[in-house]
Design a protein around this ligand. Structure first.
Ligand SMILES: [Zn+2]
Length: 244
């Protein structure tokens, strides 16, 4: 089985031996405003190279993508869950919820949107979250500046530009070996709401086939004859360790 097709999802746990033979590489990343500060960021080496290739292509389109999250250890995923829990609880309390209610809502939010430690694709080093930026100003960024980034119009323009950029990223990423892992179309299959910032490296050939077939990674891998049955509880805990 092609290692670049390994599946880690909310039912299939990550095991350290899944990445035997992989090396990792530090990836240039600048912490965009408001993004967690857990640098440096690492990616599996082929994935890091593919990202450089993607960025070279995007440069011709006046776009640069910055990685906001790459390889995460189990410990880092625990921290991510904790940070989001705290942030969401504060938000719900600010919106008027009691502390007890806010805690429950925050917990529900994390369960729905954040992978449990051990079950995140980010453990593999093959997944990354990105933030798109303009290399040079264009009409949208100039208008955004004119209205002010904090104004309603400025925020709308910013969101529009991000949508425009993500369409370009999606067009260029396939030949570099990336797929969009979670989309509206495959949510019922993956169980994860669409994440247009989460890319997964599978290699150019697989990426092209997956894009053409419009399948989820799970469906594609199953189509190759792989058994994706959930591991037993015993298997899930046996030999489970992550040294990184
Ligand atoms: Zn992600």
């Amino acid at each position: 089985m092609d290692k670049y097709l390994m599946i880690v999802n909310n039912q299939k746990r990550f095991f350290r031996d899944m990445v035997d033979g992989f090396t990792v590489r530090e990836t240039a990343a600048v912490a965009p405003e408001g993004v967690r500060d857990d640098w440096p960021i690492y990616l599996e080496t082929e994935t890091a190279k593919a990202l450089e290739k993607l960025n070279a292509r995007l440069a011709g389109k006046n776009i640069k993508i910055t990685v906001s999250s790459g390889l995460r250890t189990i410990k880092q995923q625990k921290d991510v869950c904790e940070q989001i829990l705290v942030k969401k609880r504060e938000q719900f309390m600010k919106a008027g919820a009691t502390r007890a209610d806010a805690s429950i809502m925050a917990k529900e939010y994390v369960e729905k949107y954040v992978a449990r430690p051990g079950f995140s694709e980010h453990h593999t080093g093959l997944a990354l979250d990105y933030v798109p930026e303009r290399i040079k100003d264009n009409l949208l960024t100039r208008l955004e500046r004119k209205f002010g980034s904090e104004s309603t119009a400025g925020k709308k323009l910013h969101a529009l530009d991000r949508r425009v950029m993500s369409v370009v990223v999606q067009k260029e990423m396939t030949d570099c070996g990336f797929i969009l892992r979670y989309t509206d179309e495959n949510e019922n299959e993956t169980g994860v709401p669409a994440e247009y910032w989460h890319l997964r490296y599978v290699g150019p050939e697989n990426a092209r086939k997956i894009k053409q077939s419009k399948q989820s990674l799970e469906a594609y891998v199953r189509g190759l004859g792989e058994d994706l049955t959930q591991a037993s509880e015993e298997e899930m805990t046996k030999g489970y360790s992550m040294r990184r």
